[in-house]
Design a protein around this ligand. Structure first.
Ligand SMILES: [Zn+2]
Length: 146
């Protein structure tokens, strides 16, 4: 399965590097596919490159948190047990990714990124999925209170 995903990514996407200060993000750019992580790869869409730099970096660090690693996987499993809900555990991952990003960039940058995401939801460019993502207002509050 993992190999199929890899082949799909390599044939459909353009590999690129986005440099944020000294940090290099390896990304795969694809049309009409909002930012996400598949396995250990960050996928972004071509519109992403039109965003202001601070929003790009806040988003990349957010996605970096989702890159596959054991410690986050264990945290997720722990949260499923704690909340007795996969949805709440997923929400917790989103909050953690926002907080991680705010430590790497700034609260202000992450809030700009979240407000941009809200605009995209409102315009219908990105479909909001409450099963995977908490409300933007709640995400902003979590960032502010951390
Ligand atoms: Zn996320």
């Amino acid at each position: 399965m993992k190999n199929i995903v890899d082949v799909w990514i390599k044939t459909r996407c353009i590999k690129d590097k986005i440099i944020c200060k000294n940090k290099v993000f390896n990304v795969y750019i694809i049309k009409d596919c909002y930012a996400k992580v598949i396995g250990n790869k960050i996928i972004i869409d071509d519109n992403f490159l039109k965003y202001p730099k601070n929003i790009q970096f806040a988003l990349l660090y957010h996605e970096e948190y989702h890159l596959y690693n054991w410690s986050n996987l264990l945290k997720f499993i722990w949260n499923v047990i704690k909340f007795k809900s996969i949805i709440k555990a997923r929400w917790e991952e989103e909050y953690n990714a926002d907080i991680y990003s705010s430590k790497k960039t700034s609260k202000k940058d992450v809030i700009s990124f979240l407000k941009k995401a809200k605009k995209e939801y409102d315009k219908g460019n990105i479909k909001y999925n409450p099963k995977t993502h908490p409300l933007i207002e709640d995400r902003i509050n979590r960032v502010l209170n951390n």
